[in-house]
Ligand binder design. Structure first.
Ligand SMILES: Cc1cc2nc3c(=O)[nH]c(=O)nc-3n(C[C@H](O)[C@H](O)[C@H](O)COP(=O)(O)OP(=O)(O)OC[C@H]3O[C@@H](n4cnc5c(N)ncnc54)[C@H](O)[C@@H]3O)c2cc1C
Length: 509
């Protein structure tokens, strides 16, 4: 029996598998598809934007350079223009329904406690690049992935759970469904999945244009009176939003004629498609499970929440789920976690998911054909053109400024920790690579050392003098990089011990 079986070797399942293995759990991944590679994951169809929050998570596990390197290699394979997968240019940090932000308008002073790090910005990548790096990391940590093994049944017992795939039964103490938006695990385990119905059918395709002249069909995000179409720098890569109320029957094959009709209607032109290499559809259905845990079954990534890809948040959200869940589930497996720690997974991640769903709904509302959306759009545009509006959108999309409600007074508690550096160059990002908690003790007399040593193995004690003084005497940082406690006085030992016990369980005497 494994500690954890994960259904789905998408980016979220693979990242979670790596986290659990890093923490010493035995992990088996069951994946429906036979191969990791697919034209849907490679560029251009697999093009995805990662925000700074995901970049930071990869940096804290030593994966950032590998993901960026693999993204570049994938871009080279398809002959993409240099820079196609680089970090976005400073003036193009993010967008809301296609309305871009001007980074110069971000009110940096209102975003305190940020320190420079190698992960200040997001970047473009591909599902293939991310998947390859995460699969290698998981394999190196001893994770076994069974391919061609779709989970078809789930049975829960008091102390275990059994997943059936390919006619074989796989027992584990815990099962995590990372099996995507149409999750079988979600259905089989009886999760409630609630939300709003779609306003549009979206399409993503790789096509041959009869006349690829950008003067006729411009590149970028083009909003028209009838919908939206997107041309990326990758030749023939096309996205569309058709406000049909989600009426298109997505089980039928996507023909060249249908895509051409939709494109002509949206663009109001006589554009002709000579051919369609690949195409798929999606909608803006925005749904989320009401809890991320039912007994011994948990969900992460698209299995827990779906929404339109507008603004590119789904993968970021899923990586955030996985880094939040991994250490909590591992500590539960090892029996070191306080009893309710696993339930904080829903408590912390459900509100973040709900906010992303709302963000997606709000964008769709400003794009819907008709007289109301343009008025709303003008209003949003005006607000976004102010420093506080720009800063607000930046806060929402960058993935660095969410605050979990962990209690505690200091404004850093519940936020992702700034990348503190010691005088010797040691950075927090590197200290977190082994997936342990970290206590940074900035006091001259190593005030927290005796207390911190009582959590040896779970919390890494690192004394030193920080390069940047943010007025703190010490910090306790969870394995997911979130600040659990921030001290301002060297004699804060009792508060530290309370926070350490809250997140890491009883101390050793
Ligand atoms: C057009 C488009 C553009 C997007 N752009 C962005 C973007 O720029 N930024 C961003 O953050 N997000 C973006 N997203 C969303 C992002 O792609 C998803 O949120 C992300 O891929 C979800 O990862 P996942 O691992 O949860 O699920 P998936 O990637 O769907 O992986 C699920 C895995 O589970 C497997 N599986 C399915 N059923 C079973 C089963 N029964 N048993 C075992 N295995 C199973 C599947 O084969 C798959 O490998 C975009 C989405 C679309 C459609």
């Amino acid at each position: 029996m494994h500690d954890v079986v994960i259904a789905g070797a998408g980016p979220v399942g693979l990242f979670l598998a790596g986290e659990l293995a890093l923490a010493g759990c035995s992990v088996l991944v069951l994946e429906r598809d036979d191969a990791l590679s697919s034209p849907w994951k490679a560029l251009p169809l697999g093009l995805r934007g990662l925000n700074a929050g995901s970049a930071e998570t990869f940096y804290r596990r030593g994966l950032l350079d590998a993901v960026i390197g693999a993204s570049r290699a994938d871009a080279t394979k398809v002959g993409a223009a240099p820079g196609a997968v680089e970090a976005p240019a400073p003036r193009d940090v993010s967008h809301f329904a296609g309305m871009g932000l001007d980074a110069a308008d971000i009110d940096v002073a209102s975003l305190p406690y940020r320190l420079p790090s190698p992960a200040m910005e997001g970047f473009m990548t591909s599902l293939e690049a991310v998947g390859t790096v995460l699969a290698e990391r998981a394999a190196a940590a001893g994770v076994h992935v069974v391919r061609g093994a779709a989970v078809t049944a789930v049975t829960q017992e008091d102390e275990s759970v059994v997943a059936t795939a390919g006619g074989q039964e796989y027992g584990a103490r815990w099962l995590v469904g990372c099996d995507g938006g149409r999750s079988t695990v979600r259905r089989l385990a009886g999760f409630d999945f609630v939300g709003t119905e779609p306003l549009f059918t979206g399409y993503v395709a790789q096509v041959d244009f009869a006349d690829p002249d950008p003067a006729k069909l411009p590149f970028g995000f083009n909003l028209t009176a009838n919908g939206m179409y997107l041309r990326t720098p990758f030749e023939g890569h096309l996205g569309m939003m058709d406000f049909d109320g989600g009426a298109f029957d997505r089980s039928q094959p996507l023909t060249r004629e249908h895509l051409q009709d939709v494109l002509r209607r949206i663009t109001g032109t006589d554009v002709t498609l000579n051919g369609v290499h690949r195409a798929s559809s999606f909608t803006d259905r925005a749904m989320q499970v009401t809890t991320y845990r039912e007994g011994r079954v948990l969900l992460a990534g698209d299995a827990a929440h779906i929404h339109s890809p507008l603004g590119g948040q789904g993968l970021n959200l899923g990586i955030g789920d996985a880094v939040n869940l991994g250490w909590k589930l591992a500590a539960t497996v090892h029996g070191t976690a306080p009893e309710d720690v696993l339930d904080t997974y829903t408590g912390e991640r459900h509100p973040v998911g709900a906010a992303v769903l709302d963000w997606s709904r709000a964008q769709v509302a400003t794009m819907k054909p008709g007289p109301n959306a343009p008025a709303l759009r003008r209003l949003v545009h005006d607000l976004m053109s102010t420093p506080s509006g720009t800063t607000h959108v930046h806060r929402q999309t960058t993935g660095l400024f969410h605050r979990y409600d962990l209690g505690g007074e200091h404004p850093l508690i519940g936020c992702t920790a700034p990348d503190f550096r010691y005088e010797d160059g040691t950075s927090l990002g590197k200290l977190l690579r082994q997936g342990q908690g970290v206590v940074l003790d900035f006091s001259r007399d190593r005030a927290l050392e005796p207390a911190a040593r009582r959590w040896n193995g779970r919390i890494r004690y690192v004394p030193g003098s920080p390069r940047d003084d943010l007025g703190l005497s010490a910090l306790l940082i969870r394995p997911d990089g979130v600040v659990a406690w921030a001290g301002e006085h060297p004699d804060d030992r009792v508060m530290f011990e309370r926070a350490a016990a809250r997140w890491f369980g009883s101390a050793e005497d």
